[in-house]
Design a protein. Structure first.
Length: 101
């Protein structure tokens, strides 16, 4: 009986956290602004690619400032997406081949 109770509590917490994550992501979604990608450069310092009204911007974000570094066109964005997808696929293949052995 206690084992069934523990399993029930674990399943309940799993589905409850999934539900909270979905509700939380819906609250923080914006209709016109999307963060495409971001990378942390240091403590509280980021570079981000942001889409605003179908235009893409490379932005620097710190505690004190938010600056637009460059406006990107879609061709530049697609080139960087293809490069990152290829590197992710190769990394995944390396890790997967290790686990297959």
């Amino acid at each position: 009986m206690s084992l069934a109770g523990i399993i029930f509590v674990l399943l309940l917490t799993y589905y409850l956290t999934k539900w909270i994550a979905v509700k939380g992501s819906n609250i923080s979604k914006s209709k016109y602004i999307h963060i495409i990608d971001r990378i942390m450069l240091g403590q509280n310092k980021y570079l981000a690619i942001i889409e605003i009204s179908n235009k893409y911007y490379l932005m620097s974000i710190t505690d004190q400032n938010i600056n637009i570094i460059k406006e990107l066109n879609e061709l530049e964005l697609k080139i960087t997406e293809n490069v990152s997808e290829m590197s992710l696929n190769s990394e995944f293949n390396k890790i997967f081949s290790k686990f297959k052995r």
